[in-house]
Design a protein around this ligand. Structure first.
Ligand code: NAD
Length: 276
């Protein structure tokens, strides 16, 4: 690919960023649903750096998508089902990783959900059920996974966890509503988990990404307006790409970020630091 054809949408560049940087390492990716998934961009970057990967998919409907992406390009990867609301399924994922690889170095948590009707209008109309569901899938799941992964990190002599968050967990973003409250919970969870697992050489960090057009983003009312506004308001005058998020994930999964834990890194073209 020539420089002239490299646009912010280029999807292949991450694969050659750091060949062999993560050779011998094993990672698990939760959250691939489609080729636009942030988790898929991260998977490509980690795999391109030599990491062996396991993937989970949420239900039969998404199995085909995940297999079509993974099987031709990352032969031999473990692909297993996991609805993160089900502790037995979470446990089964790590059992299978243990059986196949005997350890785990990196866990990527790129999972979130809220009913569409909760992502519009006034936050105060959030239902008790909608609140619980968004928090269970989008925040508690990180804790459930971390607990299940702990013995495998021990076998690796340490490891790292990366979760995906958004500015709506720090500031009020119109229509993001209960997802913002769940992201605040997720961000605080990652800090408590970082404290718990620090002595075991396991680091836990988050990436706060700018808006990217994915299946999950489609559920947010007015998402296209947010994308347009970002071009106007970010210091870089543009939106970010999933590959740019993947680059930061590669750093967080590597020894280059060895002393970094309990951190949330913004990959949002600078939007989070703007006032007027
Ligand atoms: P996506 O739709 O590609 O990924 C969301 C994933 O969550 C899917 O793979 C889906 O299967 C999974 N999921 C939902 N409920 C689940 C359940 N019960 N069990 C297992 N998996 C479940 O969208 P994405 O934008 O790549 O989202 C990935 C992460 O990035 C999410 O945490 C999202 O909040 C975060 N994020 C996205 C943006 C954005 O603009 N797209 C910005 C910042 C943060």
């Amino acid at each position: 690919m020539t420089t002239a054809t490299l646009t912010p949408d280029a999807t292949t560049q991450t694969e050659s960023w750091a060949p062999n940087l993560l050779k011998g390492k094993v990672g698990v990716i939760f959250g691939v649903a489609h080729k636009t998934s942030i988790a898929w961009a991260i998977a490509k970057a980690l795999h391109g750096a030599g990491m062996q990967l396991a993937f989970t998919y949420q239900g039969e409907r998404l199995e085909k998508n995940v297999r079509e992406l993974v099987e031709p390009t990352m032969e031999g990867s473990l692909i297993v089902p996991c609805d993160v609301t089900d502790d037995a399924q979470v446990a089964a994922v790590f059992k299978q990783i243990d059986d196949k690889y005997g350890k785990l170095d990196t866990l990527v948590h790129s999972v979130a959900f809220s009913k569409k009707e909760e992502l519009q209008g006034e936050y105060m109309n959030t239902t008790r059920e909608g609140f619980a569901l968004a928090h269970d899938i989008s925040a508690y799941s990180l804790t459930a996974m971390t607990k299940a992964a702990r013995p495998l990190f021990a076998k690796a002599g340490g490891g790292n966890i990366i979760t995906m968050t958004y500015l709506g967990g720090e500031r009020v973003v119109q229509n993001y509503n209960v997802m913002g409250v769940a992201k605040a919970s997720l961000e605080m969870s990652l800090r408590y988990l970082a404290k718990d697992l620090g002595p075991e050489n396991v680091r836990v960090n988050g990436i706060s990404a700018g808006p990217i057009k994915t299946l999950a983003a489609r559920g947010i009312t007015g998402f296209s307006t947010i994308l347009n506004k970002m071009e106007e308001l970010t210091p870089m005058q543009r939106n970010i790409t999933a590959d740019e998020v993947a680059g930061t994930a590669l750093y967080l999964a590597s020894p280059m970020s060895g002393g970094v834990t309990g951190e949330v890194i913004h990959v949002d073209a600078g939007f989070h630091m703007m006032g007027f």
